[in-house]
Structures are given as structure tokens and as C-alpha cells.
Write a protein that binds this ligand. Structure first.
Ligand SMILES: [Mg+2]
Length: 224
């Protein structure tokens, strides 16, 4: 299938559209800056070590919890790093941005009567900060977080449970995400239309490698 085929299905047969938040609808630059700059900076101050050393220690910690629910749990990170993670996120909330044409896309989906769900690994506190800053929350019929589901999106069990929550028909569902592991789990589960969102961060400079998934870099490519 190509983008043209996907668009035809999307604006006719498709009933449910499942959308990831960070990197897909919102600029991932906020998250990258947060974990790679702000947190190491505060961690270095706290432990009286250099920024470089802090970054090294943190990367090791991040890697240990990648792909688990801990990774997405900012209360876990507050305890683990002895930093007030939600307060730090608030500090840089001005960096939270919606990607181009996302609101147009969401509006068109609503106008076309699609069921639209936000499907995210983000912690509810992060979700709250981001929805308050961006005001895209009103477009969703439902918001599903991995912490309420009990496992992250890269697990096939996540999709089995979400199917029960949203009652979607796999053959008439589109899922868009910026992380290949999440797309792979959704594909394995059997969702028919799977799309990779590239240009997850506005500061990204390298062209995306071919992932084997249908890809869009800007939501205008999917507008009717
Ligand atoms: Mg994402």
C-alpha cells in the first residue's frame, strides 16, 4: 500500500484512528531536551558532578528501564533520581509544541465522524501538562495510557487490552506512531493500517531510514 491507498481508506472505510502523542502529534524536542539536557544538568548540580558524568550515569539508568512501565512513570524517576520531575517539566512547558497540520488533521477526522483515540505511554502527569499547554485534548473520544493498561505499547498484550477498551475493528483501524517497536507490536497484533511518523523532533536533521512501514513526515500528507 502507498500513501494514496492509505488516504482513500482513511477517509472512507476506516472507523478508528489511534494516535501516539510524543513525537507524533507533539514535537519530541521537548522530551529530548528534558531528558538529555535539563535532567542531567539538575542531576549534576545535586550530586556535585560534571554534566558529562551526569549524562553518562543517567544514560545507563535510562537504558535499564527502557521498554518498561518504569520508563514512562515520572514518579518512579522522581524517586530514582531524587529530583522533582513534574516540576522540572513545568519549568520548560514553553517548549511543548504541536507538530504542523496536526490540528487540521484532528479537525478533519472529527468532521468525518471518525473515532479518534490518543494512545500513549506518557504518564498521566505528563499528559496533563501537555494537554493544558496544547489544547488538543478536546479532539479525542478517548485517551488510553499504558499505565492504565498495565503494559507499554511495544507489548502485544497492550493491543489485546486496548482492543477491549476501544472495541475497534482491526481491519478498519489506523495507528500512527513515531516508534518502530510500537508499530511492529500493532502490526503483529493485526491492525491493518500502520503509519510511521517521521520528523518526530523539529530539530531532527538526518533523513529517516527505511523502516518498512508507510511513513509521513507531515500530517498535511494525510489531509483529505
Ligand atoms: Mg512517540
Amino acid at each position: 500500500m502507498d500513501i494514496k491507498g492509505l488516504k482513500e481508506a482513511l477517509w472512507s472505510d476506516v472507523r478508528h484512528v489511534l494516535l501516539d502523542m510524543d513525537g507524533t502529534l507533539l514535537d519530541r524536542y521537548f522530551d529530548d531536551y528534558f531528558w538529555e539536557h535539563l535532567v542531567p544538568e539538575k542531576y549534576a548540580e545535586k550530586h556535585n558532578i560534571t554534566f558529562g558524568r551526569a549524562k553518562e550515569e543517567l544514560l545507563k539508568k535510562y537504558r535499564t528501564h527502557e521498554g518498561t512501565l518504569n520508563w514512562t512513570d515520572i514518579d518512579f524517576w522522581s524517586r530514582e533520581l531524587d529530583l522533582d520531575i513534574p516540576a522540572l517539566k513545568e519549568q520548560i512547558r514553553h517548549l511543548i509544541e504541536v507538530h504542523p497540520h496536526v490540528e487540521d488533521f484532528l479537525r478533519e477526522l472529527k468532521d468525518a465522524g471518525k473515532k479518534v483515540a490518543l494512545v500513549t505511554n506518557a504518564h498521566y502527569k505528563t499528559l496533563k501538562i501537555k494537554m493544558r499547554k496544547t489544547r488538543i485534548g478536546g479532539y479525542f473520544d478517548k485517551v488510553v495510557t499504558s499505565s492504565e493498561v498495565g503494559c507499554p505499547k511495544e507489548d502485544i498484550a497492550f493491543w489485546q487490552r486496548v482492543e477491549r477498551i476501544l472495541r475497534f475493528d482491526k481491519d478498519r483501524t489506523v495507528f500512527i506512531d513515531d516508534v518502530v517497536e510500537n508499530l511492529s507490536a500493532a502490526r503483529e497484533f493485526g491492525i491493518r493500517y500502520i503509519v510511521l511518523k517521521t520528523m518526530a523532533s523539529s530539530k531532527e536533521t538526518e533523513a529517516a531510514e527505511d523502516s518498512g512501514f508507510l511513513a509521513v513526515s507531515d500530517f498535511k500528507e494525510l489531509l483529505p
